[in-house]
Ligand binder design. Structure first.
Ligand SMILES: [Mg+2]
Length: 225
């Protein structure tokens, strides 16, 4: 494992089959909608004026933006309490379950690792029992270490362009899927590179993955094609 990814992945055991690496917040579990409800429960409001939380959360009492440190603390407290707030998108549970017949699924979440146990319990409760890695390090080197150059299809799904670009840099021949909710703040999200597929929803993402895995199977069955 390289120095840039001190994350321990030794407990992840992949089969001789395709790998699907999937972000969690705002891809598998709703984040921005429940986070806004959480803020309201505390007398705050998220006012999306750019693609960031800091500077865009205001007090409902006086309309003033909360200090950055306060926002960081609220995000941490939300992750701590995520089991009471976050729910999966539809139809992510059945879609990933079906895809797991033919591929290894792995969740790679950019969340402080100290909340892994909370997220694990929440995912397990919804039937999403696939392995989970929590790290705030760049995702490209982690995906590279996981896939390790195997001659097998690999897919990466995320709502953040910077994570997709990081994986694009480190993992060749990876199907990259940009999937994000149609929320007011995501309308400010930086676009992903043009050669990165944009999925409308999980049904569309599954179609793209199915096509990618099928194309690979055909090539392997008929290498001259
Ligand atoms: Mg995300």
């Amino acid at each position: 494992m390289s120095e840039s990814t001190a994350l321990d992945i030794s407990h992840i055991h992949l089969g001789e089959r395709p790998l699907i690496v999937c972000d969690v917040d705002d891809v598998v579990l709703q984040f921005i909608d429940p986070f806004q409800l959480y803020l309201k429960s505390l007398g705050h409001e998220f006012v999306p004026r750019s693609f960031r939380l800091h500077g865009n959360i205001v007090s409902q009492a006086n309309g003033l933006a909360l200090e950055d440190q306060h926002v960081s603390r609220l995000i941490q407290e939300f992750f701590e309490d995520q089991e009471s707030w976050q729910t999966p998108f539809d139809p992510v549970v059945s879609t990933l379950e079906r895809l797991s017949d033919d591929a290894d699924i792995l969740f790679l979440t950019a969340m402080p690792p100290q909340f892994s146990a909370h997220r694990r319990r929440l995912l397990d409760r919804t039937g999403l029992t696939f392995p989970l890695l929590a790290s705030e390090q760049p995702k490209g080197p982690i995906a590279q270490a996981l896939h390790n150059g195997r001659d097998l299809p690999v897919v990466f799904i995320d709502d953040m362009a910077r994570n997709l670009h990081s994986v694009k840099e480190h993992v060749g021949n990876c199907l990259l899927i940009h999937l994000m909710p149609d929320s007011p703040v995501h309308r400010f999200a930086p676009p992903a590179a043009e050669d990165i597929a944009r999925a409308r929803d999980w049904v569309h993402a599954a179609e793209l993955i199915d096509q990618h895995l099928a194309a690979r199977t055909i090539r392997h069955a008929n290498p001259a094609a």
